[in-house]
Design a binder for this molecule. Structure first.
Ligand code: TXA
Ligand code: MG
Length: 328
């Protein structure tokens, strides 16, 4: 499954300044050489991503990390030792050499070491850290298969490495160590509880704030085209029989209403399985030209926190970008 030929070919493309979509254990990333600002600029163009939204840099070794940051606080070191390679991104003060376009001019850089063997091998062969936003148009659901990438960005990128469906299915957890206390910027693949068991209590950035620290924190993000409604249970919701309504449930539907289509995230009620299925299930619903998708909540523990975060954002109202990013 490693397919050394394609990985070498993909690495050559990265070295020449091209764009390669690659699998990680969380979601597929859109890769470019982190030290090639022109290649990085193409990522922003292809994704239609606003330039104020910084990228995560992916490394394959601790040595790569040394190219990006000059010092690592002790708490950051502890979580690195425990969770790397894996679905955890840490934000640290950056070295001057890291191009501004990668960090949107911030003094910090977000870094992670993915554990997918193809991702690690790609970074190794490219010989340089690789920026890797999720390989989707800005604001839309993240891809969890190579086909999702092909559907949306296929004709605009140079190569797609196919590593099968992603194991975790939601993006990495992001923790900032640039302030006095560790701060959770985005819940993700490593449950908060596991991080707190290593470094103690972590500050939680509120879900919606006037000025998001990470655009993944924009009120509306990870969103399909079809409107999603959350928080409708127990509120005398009126099912409209003239409308094509889809349902996204955790374990099973307890409703008698005849839904156009039902997606079950995990029949056995396993939050890991539910996370792995989340984006693909919403994509399937989004393809059915429904009027509305109703989503049920999942328990907000472990991976449930990341699932609920994505569902909240997928269902949030669209705000003009300048309003979502109100400055001080
Ligand atoms: O699991 C993942 O993290 C995936 C895979 C491909 O590795 N990548 C991913 O990247 O989710 P992206 O670009 O879709 O999300 C990166 C998030 C954004 O919300 C961005 O604002 C935040 O990381 N970020 C990047 N650099 C930052 C920084 N210096 N300070 C705060 N947030 C930062
Ligand atoms: Mg993304």
């Amino acid at each position: 499954m490693l397919d050394p030929g394609s990985i070498r070919q993909a690495a050559e493309i990265i070295k020449k300044g091209g764009l390669v979509a690659f699998p990680t254990e969380t979601v597929y990333g859109l890769g470019a050489d982190a030290f090639n600002p022109i290649a990085v600029a193409r990522i922003f163009e292809v994704k239609k991503r606003p330039h104020f939204d910084p990228l995560i840099v992916h490394v394959a070794t601790q040595g790569d990390l040394g190219k990006l940051v000059s010092s690592i606080p002790s708490d950051a070191k502890r979580v690195i030792d425990k969770f790397w390679p894996g679905p955890l991104t840490i934000v640290l003060l950056k070295k001057e050499e890291v191009p501004e376009i990668v960090t949107s001019g911030l003094s910090t850089v977000a870094v992670r070491m993915p554990r997918h063997p193809m991702a690690l091998s790609l970074i190794g062969h490219a010989g340089s850290p690789i920026v890797g936003p999720s390989a989707n148009p800005f604001g839309y659901l993240s891809p969890t298969t190579a086909e999702h990438v092909r559907d949306q960005l296929g004709d605009q990128i140079d190569f797609i490495l196919d590593g099968g469906p992603c194991e975790i299915g939601v993006e990495s957890t992001i923790i900032s160590f640039s302030g006095t206390k560790p701060k959770l910027l985005r819940p993700g693949g490593v449950p908060l509880e596991e991080i707190e068991s290593i470094i103690g209590q972590v500050e939680i950035h509120p879900r919606v704030e006037d000025k998001p620290l990470a655009p993944g924190m924009l009120p509306r993000h990870y969103a399909p085209r079809t409107p999603i409604l959350l928080d409708w249970e127990g509120k005398n919701f009126d099912f409209d029989r003239d409308k094509k309504i889809g349902l996204l449930v955790f374990q099973e539907s307890k409703w008698s209403f005849k839904f156009h289509h039902i997606e079950v995230l995990s029949e056995k009620g396993d939050l890991r399985e539910a996370a792995a299925n989340l984006f693909a299930a919403i994509r399937r619903l989004d393809k059915l030209n429904l009027d509305l998708i109703l989503a049920e909540t999942v328990p907000e523990v472990g991976l449930g926190r990341a699932i609920m975060d994505r569902l909240h954002r997928a269902s949030a109202k669209e705000l003009p970008i300048d309003e979502a990013y109100r400055s001080d």
